[in-house]
Design a protein. Sequence first.
Length: 340
Amino acid sequence: MAVATSYKVNGTTLLLVFVFVFAILRISHAAAVPAVYVFGSSIVDVGNNNYLPRSIARANFSHNGIDYPNGISTGRFSNGKNIADFIAAKVGLPTSPPFLSLTGMTPPITGVSFASGGSGILNRIGEYVVSISLAQQVGNFSMVRDKLIQQLGQSVAKQYTPQEYVDLMLSTFKGLLKMMYGLDARKMVVSGAGAMGCFPAQRKTNSMGECNVEINYWSARYNEGLKIMLQELKSELLDMNYVYFDLYGAMINLFQDPKTYGFTEIKAACCGLGKLNADLGCIPISEYCPNRKNYVFWDSLHLTEVVASMFVDILYGGTIEYAVPINMRQLIDVSMVCGM
């Protein structure tokens, strides 16, 4: 979800859509949600990339964090808090700290964030951006799990058609989810791709600032495959429970009637430079809007704090229209058949 980068695939511009997963790992039976483990890209990165000195995918500088407590630039790609913060708040836990900030420390039992801005399902994304791939994130999760148990008692480059790339991402992602299951993850929240063609980074390519239809098409195709894959996985792993969040649908609904939700700007980014504030990212020399609660997008690739909060409310307590087959609150209440 939410981070996107364009690459040429057999002459076609394909938007690679990265997915975040919230895995709720039951270490004990003392609480419904004792811990939240976060996997994914910049939409939920709370600062891991701060510890990657060679990475250009960092946000630990102004104007990022302008609405965060004390105006601190924490490494979140947002004007304030992001989706990971609001998920933690919903379940009454502190935000899971960045994995890379825990060097030499015992990981907290309330969860860890492995998310890394610029990461992807396919490891080859690292050829372009220094980040922590989803496979590496799962590996880091394995190390944390082992520590908690102790504490508590080069690929050949290939040109793909867009459909081949979607299929490859889905098959790879399914394998990673199985790895998480093998590491005792039984409750997962999986977001579909957003309406990636409607982000400012894509809108700026159209003269009228409209959505990129081709990119949205492939985002939707990916989501169709993801929903089928999750249903298949559930039939294989009977004690796994999940929520699929239809981020694409939630975004389209917002775009169709923004004023109902209090938004006046759905095309341009709040922070950036150039057309739709999307030619240059949110860096110290960029301009930023004073009325951030009226904007859907913080920068060319990320949502504002207020939108992140709104979407988490939908995910947590919404209807089957956007949270399938149950919402996050219902997921938390599901009894573990084969508990950890």
